[in-house]
Every structure is written in C-alpha cells, then in structure tokens.
Write a protein that binds this ligand. Structure first.
Ligand SMILES: Nc1nc2c(ncn2[C@@H]2O[C@@H]3COP(=O)(O)O[C@H]4[C@@H](O)[C@H](n5cnc6c(=O)[nH]c(N)nc65)O[C@@H]4COP(=O)(O)O[C@H]3[C@H]2O)c(=O)[nH]1
Length: 633
C-alpha cells in the first residue's frame, strides 16, 4: 500500500510537471518541477525535447539553450489526469547514463528505472497497472540538428515501449518484463542509431557519423604523427539529370554513385559519407603521404568513366573533388571539411571532372570573391560595366549577319574583367538580374542608335542566365526594354544555353512562346554540351542554335567533332533552324564547317568582341573588308 501511494505520488508529480508545461510556460517549468533535483540535466548547454504521446495526439515541446518553445502549437491537447503515456527527453551535452539515472531517481525516485545503453525507462504504475512510462533517451546532438523524422521515431518508440509494458504487466509477466523491454528498446535504439548516423538513401554514414569518425582519426593521427585526408566530392551537373529525368532516376544514380565511390575506399580507416544532395565526403586515415590521397582521387575519377545505366538510361556523370590533408590544411573536422570544400570549388572552376589539393591561397581567393561581390554591388551604379560586340558572319558573302553583346567590367583597380570572372558570382548572388536588365537595355539602345545613324539594320543577341529566366516578369521586362529603346522586337535575339533551358523545360517553353509571340528571336547557346534533348528541341520555339566552341576547336583534325557538327547542322536544317558555329579561329575550321553547310560563324577569325566605337566600322557597307577573314576571302 505504501508502495502504491509512492507510485501514485510519482505519477501526480509527473502529471503536475506536464500540466505546468501546458499552463505556466516551459521556461518556468524548467526552473521548477523539471529541474527539481535534476539540475544537471538542464543547463544552458542543454536542449530538451519532450513528446507526450496522448490518445488525442502528440504534444511536442522543444528547448534550446534552456529556453522552451512550443514547436507544434497546432496539436496541443489538454491532458486528463493519469492519461500520460510517454515522455521523451534528449540532451545536447552527452550525459552519462548514471547522471540520467540519478535524474530519474531523484525526480521520480519511486519509479522503477531500467537502464539501457542510451536510454532509461521509467514505468509509472497506477493501481498495479502501468499507467504511463517515461522514456528518457540520451542524445549527443543539439536538438536543432536532429531531424524531424528521427524525433518522430523516438516518440514512436516511447509509445511502443509503453504499450508493451502495459501488456506485459497486465499479463503478469513481471519477471520477464524488464528483460524483454530492454531487448525491445535495444532494437529500437538500433533503428534510431541507423537513422541518426546513416543516410537513408545510400546507406552510407551521414555527416554526423563522419564527424565522429574523423574526430577519432585526428586524435589518433596526432598521437602517431600521421596524415589524414579529407575529400569533398560534388557531382557535376547532377541537377540537370534530376530535373530532366526526375528524382527517382536521380536517387538511383546517387545510390549507384555511392557504391562506386565506396569501392575505391575500402581500406580500414576509410569512411565514405553522404553530406547531402549530390555531395559526398571521404576520410582516408591510412595514408602515409599526400600521394596516397591523390591515388585514391584518380581512382574515383576513373570509376566514373563508365556510364551508369539507370532505368534504361545511359548516364555519364563526372565528379569534382577537393582534398585537404591533416595537419597541414587544418587540425579540426570543420577546418578540414571546409578547406576540402573550397578546393572542390577550385576543381569545378578548373573545368570539372578533376581534383584539387587545398592550398592556402584558395582561402585568399574566397576572400577575393567576397570583396568582388561587394565591388560588383556598386559597379552598376558607378557605370563600370560596358558591352563589347562580336559579329556573326554570313560566310557566303562575308557580311555581318548579326552581333552578340558581351558584357565586361571595367574595374577601377583590376582593369577589364572578363565575364567568366564575374558572371558566375553575379548568378550566385542574384546580381545577374539587374545586370542582365542593364545589358539588355544597353544592347537594345545601341542597336537602335546604329539603325538611326543609318547603318544596316541587324539583330543583336543578348545572353540570358538561369536566374533571369526564372524571373516572373521577364517577358514584361524585355517588352519594356524594347519599348524604351524604340527597337522592334525582331531585332533582338535572346541566347540561352541548353542547360539553362532544361532547368524547367515546361516553364521555359511557356516563356519562350510569349517572347516569340512578341517577335523576339531565340537561340540555343553552346549546343551539344548539355542534354541536347531532341524531344524538347522540337517543342522549344527556337530559331537558331550555336554549335559549341568545344566541337569547333578540333574540327579540322578530329573526325568525331566533324561528325557531331555535321549531325547538328543537318538536324537543324530538318527543324528549320539557323546554325551558328562558335569560336571559329582558323581558316581550316571555317573550311570544314563551310563544307558541312554551315553558313553562319562567329569567332576570332572574323573579329574579337569589340567596344561599340571599334565595332562601328564593321557595320559599314564594306564590312567584309574590315574583317580578319579578308585574308582568305
Ligand atoms: N576561344 C575563343 N573564344 C571566342 C571566340 N570567339 C568568341 N569567343 C568568346 O566566346 C564567348 C561567346 O559567348 P558565350 O558562349 O555566350 O559565353 C559567354 C556568356 O555565357 C557569358 N556572358 C557574356 N556576357 C554576358 C551577359 O551579358 N549576360 C550573361 N548572362 N552572360 C554573359 O560569358 C561567356 C563568356 O563571354 P566572353 O568572355 O565574352 O567570351 C565570348 C567570346 O569572347 C574564338 O574564336 N575563340
């Protein structure tokens, strides 16, 4: 009887605690009922997560740094006396089991406490039956880093534990109860561990487990004076595959990629983890010198040479890898991963499908990027951008057929900066939107001014980036720019790369249709470098396509490039599209292209992009006599 009273007393305490949570606000409870005799559980460093499973729903509270906030206000339910089913608490600072146990013993000293590896189970009896159970899980992560799915799994486990308890107690299996319960909880713990430390899609360790292992390897490497390599791997153009072929194919590709990478890193001490999205991180702790890490990087690049066959699609994808080495490139997990990431970006800039070792200058580069971003924000107001124009020539008679406007930045200290150095940053930061509008307006105005000055009328092409294409009011912006410049829409060509077009193909088709209805012409830039989806090509209202420079470069002596260019030209003819070959630098290239029936060409052979003043003579009636190719004309 005394026991029962004590149990009931405990239950009332717990109920009181939860009632206080509901009525007083959590922070007060924190300092009163919950902390009662258990201050070590809740400190400024501690996050606590509580789930009370109730027949009418789940009540959830979160706490970070000691402040409690209701997380899911919508599901707050009133609790009836004695209807508490389960509670769950998670602490940010790793708590030793015995300190948790003392917390429970002290605050609910009358409860029977079952200790497990990382959890405590506190059955709460009422009149000889299990009325509730308090399940306390220990977690090593701050609450805000624990994902929702995992927390739900905890809540689910807590209530499953309680149900089993009730059942077993009801059946009178008191003796076996605790043992079975521990077993059940261990299995649940294993499931939770799997979710907490492994990536659900690929089964690889996740970032959390990776950090744990890296921390251990670094401690060992420090004692043994050895190296540890960290690699940051990002798949090139993965998004394109995801967007064109769908997430199911994308996911399967990631699984296959994970397998191949794992096969390259099989030594003891190697860990391949998924960082998220299409990013992987790798730890190699068995290396004796930097060379060993480079060998592995080579091996990884090599295993990507063969295509991945996913759902009947033959997919080619390449990785970009950045490598940092302990202790030279960093002594902590964060520093090593960050520097490997910086090196990975460098690998991407260098043309993808490659790896880069971290070098301290790269951080200087990151700093340079930051100051460049700041400069760029001011550059528009200061009129530091200028346009250069490059002719597209009709090689049948040597006259300029149209021109392309290419932006440059006249930087006060760096001089003339080419677009390759600032367009990607402008895209990343969103500055491309105002900059792109400036380019469009300036090119339209310039074209109109040349027409007014009596030069032969011709189209001007302007490049459009992904960010601009995603603008809701893009069509209206183009319309306004044309109207303000007084230029008829037919004199404007919008150039968009294949990959940008495919980012959201259906939306692009809608936008292009509206532009086409307005009279604007559309060209596909860098054709052949993206997915070259013929299915879509037919659907896009485009008027011309530009054969990418990479096919033109070796066309005079590489039969494959010649065959590709030939195929593109005949296909374009079939679809009634104009073809422009980009990057024509030599007479030989021009001859091969001409033999393939390509009439329009652009490249240094004819003229480099030039500022408006220098471009004017090319516009004259005698245009061909000003072009470089008069040499062979
Ligand atoms: N090696 C070689 N290169 C040649 C030859 N002929 C022309 N080029 C270069 O090829 C690029 C053609 O432009 P793009 O493919 O649209 O590629 C452009 C375009 O994607 C982007 N870009 C330039 N201006 C703008 C702009 O106003 N807006 C946007 N969104 N992108 C722009 O920057 C890229 C690079 O522009 P540029 O440096 O001006 O580089 C230009 C041009 O200078 C040649 O014979 N040989």
């Amino acid at each position: 009887m005394a026991n029962l009273m004590r149990y009931n007393d405990g239950l009332v305490k717990l109920d009181l605690w939860i009632r206080r949570l509901l009525t007083m606000g959590a922070s007060d409870v924190l300092n009163t009922a919950l902390c009662d005799g258990a201050c070590d559980v809740v400190s400024a460093e501690t996050s606590v997560y509580t789930v009370i499973d109730h027949p009418a729903g789940v009540l959830t509270f979160t706490a970070a740094s000691g402040a409690w906030n209701p997380m899911m206000e919508g599901v707050t339910v009133p609790l009836r006396n004695g209807s508490i089913c389960a509670a769950l608490a998670a602490c940010r600072t790793p708590l030793r089991v015995d300190s948790l146990s003392s917390f429970c013993r002290e605050s609910c000293e009358l409860f029977q406490v079952v200790e497990m590896n990382t959890a405590l189970l506190v059955p709460i009896f009422e009149e000889g039956r299990v009325a509730a159970s308090l399940t306390v899980f220990r977690m090593d992560e701050p609450f805000d880093q624990v994902d929702e799915q995992l927390l739900q799994q905890y809540a689910h486990t807590a209530s499953a534990v309680m149900r089993n308890f009730r059942l077993m107690v009801d059946l009178g299996h008191h003796a076996a109860m605790l043992e079975k319960q521990v077993e059940e909880c261990s299995r649940a713990e294993e499931r939770i561990r799997q979710m907490a430390y492994y990536d659900a899609l690929t089964g690889l360790p996740n970032r959390r487990l990776f950090n744990d292992r890296l921390t251990q390897s670094l401690a060992l490497a420090q004692r043994q004076k050895r190296h540890v390599a960290v690699m940051f791997l990002d798949l090139d153009r993965f998004k394109l595959i995801n967007d064109t072929l769908g997430h199911v194919v994308g996911d399967r590709l990631l699984m296959a990629v994970a397998k191949r990478i794992k096969n390259c890193c099989r030594r003891e001490g190697d860990t391949v983890a998924r960082q998220g999205g299409d990013e992987f991180i790798i730890k190699l702790s068995s290396i004796t010198e930097v060379k060993d890490a480079l060998k592995v990087a080579h091996k990884i690049i090599d295993v990507f040479r063969n295509p991945f066959i996913i759902d009947g699609h033959e997919l080619f994808i390449t990785p970009s890898i950045g490598i940092s080495i302990y202790p030279n490139d960093g002594r902590t997990c964060d520093a090593l991963v960050k520097n490997a990431d910086v090196a990975m970006y460098r690998a991407k800039e260098q043309g993808r499908n490659s790896f880069q070792l971290f070098a301290p200058e790269m951080n200087a580069r990151a700093f340079e990027r930051l100051s460049m971003e700041n400069d760029m924000r001011r550059a528009l107001d200061r009129n530091e951008f200028i346009l250069h124009y490059q002719p597209k020539v009709n090689v049948e008679h040597g006259r300029i057929a149209s021109m392309e406007a290419l932006v440059r930045w006249q930087h006060p200290s760096m001089g003339l900066v080419p677009p390759s150095r600032f367009i990607p940053l402008a895209e990343e930061t969103g500055l491309i939107v105002p900059l792109g509008e400036w380019v469009l307006r300036t090119a339209c105005r310039q074209n109109r001014a040349w027409q007014d000055a009596g030069y032969p009328s011709m189209q001007v092409a302007v490049n459009l980036s992904l960010r601009q294409l995603q603008q809701n009011d893009l069509v209206e912006m183009v319309e306004r720019a044309l109207a303000d410049a007084g230029l008829a829409p037919g004199w404007l060509i919008i150039e968009v790369t294949e990959s940008v077009m495919m980012d959201d193909a259906e939306e692009t088709i809608r936008t292009f249709r509206r532009l086409e209805q307005m009279g604007v012409r559309i060209a596909i830039d860098d054709f052949g470098t993206g997915y070259s989806s013929l299915h879509y090509l037919k659907k896009f209202p485009v008027h011309s396509l530009k054969i990418d420079r990479s096919f033109v470069r070796e066309i005079a002596f590489n039969p494959d490039d010649e065959a590709i260019a030939g195929a593109v030209i005949s296909m374009a003819e079939g679809l009634n599209l104009k073809v422009v070959a980009e990057g024509v630098e030599t007479v030989e290239q021009m001859e091969v292209l001409r033999a393939l029936n390509c009439r329009y060409m652009q490249g240094f052979l004819f003229s480099e992009p030039a500022p408006a003043e220098t471009f004017i003579p090319l516009l004259g009636k005698e245009a061909h006599s000003y072009l470089n190719f008069t040499k062979w004309c």
